[in-house]
Design a protein around this ligand. Structure first.
Ligand code: ACO
Ligand code: KIV
Ligand code: MG
Length: 510
């Protein structure tokens, strides 16, 4: 049985999803969860992209101990220097340097000849080796590169010291058989058996996972992807799908990963919450319907024997049956036990705060589900100092009058600001009042509302996306009242803008 190494790029390629912008604290939180999931390498960002990215890579590098932390860099010395600075404190670090090799990219993007690309690739790997033992070279758009030239590049970068060579299908153009054959060919390159051969697939034609599996069959020893398949355009290969395909069809692939599969559900939910990229119900492995059986014949079969219609056990990927039912009469012990069951680690003070919030929720809701608890912990626990917190929101609404909202916000220094405003609707009036109170000029570019659980008393979850100049951030609010959730989501997004503005100030990374 072969072991396939997992390279997670949720924090880099995943963050390239249009509209996604993850703060440093959120990146650390996701990275720590990826470490629990057992990924071998975590690409924490592209350090040279911005001071904020450099800081995020540095923070992740400081906090994560059991996975190798990677930063992306162009074949540019300054990019590699910035990555080196950011990765200084990592227990295990790796540089990921890339250069496009395909004729389209050479001619139209880089304006470089084959010879120039070859030379620059070798120079970049040689330079990176001064800093890093582990260097990954990616031939961007490898899948559309002439195979003989690709073999030449691969051989040259191996000679220059690359320990991993990645063959991305950058634009999701490949079919599984074609892509697998590229790996079969590259296996013949001198030195290829001494390094990691990696696949990196995009989902433009919906074949990213199938192509990744074909690459593994062709000889790839590392697979790159993201949680929930988020990423540039149609996204990347969904790592949870690749891992489950290997696990479920071990008999066929004769390969497995070292992932702790039970952490998949939690990782997927965390990434979804922090990126605002909602997982579709029918998504393989982690969608809400992935283990639901609706039709009579299926239900009958499952009742007789689950294997009739289920090839993955929900528990095997961390979806738990409700062992402890929490409600109004539950105490702190049961609450703490539930947090343990859900894999949430909190300091005692945070448990107390979460327990108090839980009791308030119990007065509003009959049955408290796991999702309610996760939502509550996520909203009530502060990830950093919050510039503004909602103290109260009031609304005057009538179907023939102009909605008017007043809000009272608490600043980090304990002072209070109170404002009122009229708007085109309830949410609009709340947001105008918040704008006045914070004094921030922001644009609402997206607003999504959904319910976390079922029933009349379900928690409402609101996602907003705000823009201010180049900054684009998401905010999330959860409450039994959707207007309160709307206000909280908006305020959290404003807080993130302020946090991001601070982050983009140049910082010394050490
Ligand atoms: C397939 C992928 O996912 S690749 C990763 C994509 N991710 C990102 O681009 C996110 C981060 N990027 C950024 O923040 C910016 O693009 C930066 C900071 C890296 C560069 O910004 P700018 O200097 O303003 O350049 P800009 O992005 O406009 O253009 C890219 C330049 O890099 C060059 N370039 C692109 N790839 C590479 C490479 N691998 N190695 C060397 N140069 C490269 C381009 O040819 C272009 O050069 P030119 O200015 O001489 O025409
Ligand atoms: C930077 C490279 C690996 C990439 O993301 C791609 O080619 O898709
Ligand atoms: Mg990519």
């Amino acid at each position: 049985m072969r072991t396939i190494e997992i390279f997670d790029t949720t924090l880099r390629d995943g963050e390239q999803s249009p509209g996604v912008n993850i703060s440093t604290n959120e990146k650390v939180e996701i990275a720590l969860q990826l470490e629990k999931l057992g990924v071998t390498r975590i690409e924490a960002g592209f350090a040279a992209a911005s001071p904020g990215d450099q800081k995020s890579v540095a923070e992740v590098a400081k906090r994560v101990k059991n996975s190798t932390i990677v930063s992306l860099a162009r074949a540019v010395k300054d990019d590699m220097d910035k990555a080196y600075e950011a990765l200084r404190n990592a227990e295990n670090a790796s540089l990921h340097v890339f250069l496009a090799t395909s004729p389209i990219h050479r001619e139209f993007k880089l304006n470089m000849s084959k010879e120039q690309v070859l030379q620059r690739a070798v120079e970049a790997v040689t330079y990176a080796k001064k800093y890093f033992k582990e260097v990954q070279f990616s031939a961007e758009d490898a899948a559309r590169t002439e195979i003989d030239f690709l073999k030449q590049v691969v051989e040259a970068v191996i000679k220059a010291g690359a320990t991993t060579v990645n063959i991305p299908d950058t634009v999701g153009y490949m079919t599984p058989i074609e892509y697998g054959n590229i790996f079969r060919e590259l296996k013949k390159v001198p030195g290829a058996d001494l390094i990691r051969l990696s696949c990196h697939c995009h989902d433009d034609l919906g074949m990213a996972v199938a192509n990744s599996l074909a690459a593994i069959e062709g000889g790839a020893t590392q697979v790159e992807g993201t949680i929930n398949g988020i990423g540039e355009r149609a996204g990347n290969a969904a790592l949870e799908e690749v891992a489950l395909a290997l696990e479920t069809r071990k008999d066929y692939y004769q390969a497995t990963t070292k992932l702790n599969l039970k952490e998949i559900a939690r990782t997927s939910q965390l990434v979804s919450r922090l990126t605002g990229m909602i997982v579709p119900g029918n998504k393989a492995v982690v969608g809400a319907n992935a283990f639901a059986h609706e039709s009579g014949i299926h239900q009958d079969g499952v009742l007789k024997n689950v294997t009739t219609y289920e090839i993955i056990r929900p528990e095997s990927v961390g979806f738990k049956s409700n062992k402890l039912v929490l409600g109004k009469h539950s105490g702190r012990h049961a609450f703490k036990e539930k947090l343990v069951e859900l894999g949430v680690t909190l300091e005692q003070e945070e448990v107390n705060a979460a327990f108090a919030a839980f009791k308030i929720l119990c007065d509003k809701k009959k049955e408290i589900t796991d999702d309610d608890i996760l939502a509550l912990v996520d909203t009530k626990m502060e990830r950093g100092p919050e510039a503004f917190q909602l103290e109260s929101v009031q609304l005057a609404y009538g179907n023939i009058s102009v909605p008017t909202a007043s809000v009272r916000l608490l600043r980090a220094d304990g002072s209070v600001c109170e404002e009122a405003a009229c708007g085109n609707g309830s949410v609009d009036s709340i947001y105008k009042a918040i704008d006045r109170a914070t004094g921030e000029d922001v644009t609402l570019v997206d607003y999504k509302i959904l319910s976390v659980t079922h029933g009349k008393d379900a928690l409402g979850e609101v996602y907003v996306r705000l823009q201010q100049g180049d900054l684009s951030v998401t905010g999330r609010g959860v409450s039994t009242d959707v207007l309160e959730a709307s206000a909280v989501a908006y305020i959290r997004a404003v807080n993130k803008i302020l946090e991001r503005r601070n982050e983009s100030m140049p910082v010394a990374v050490n």
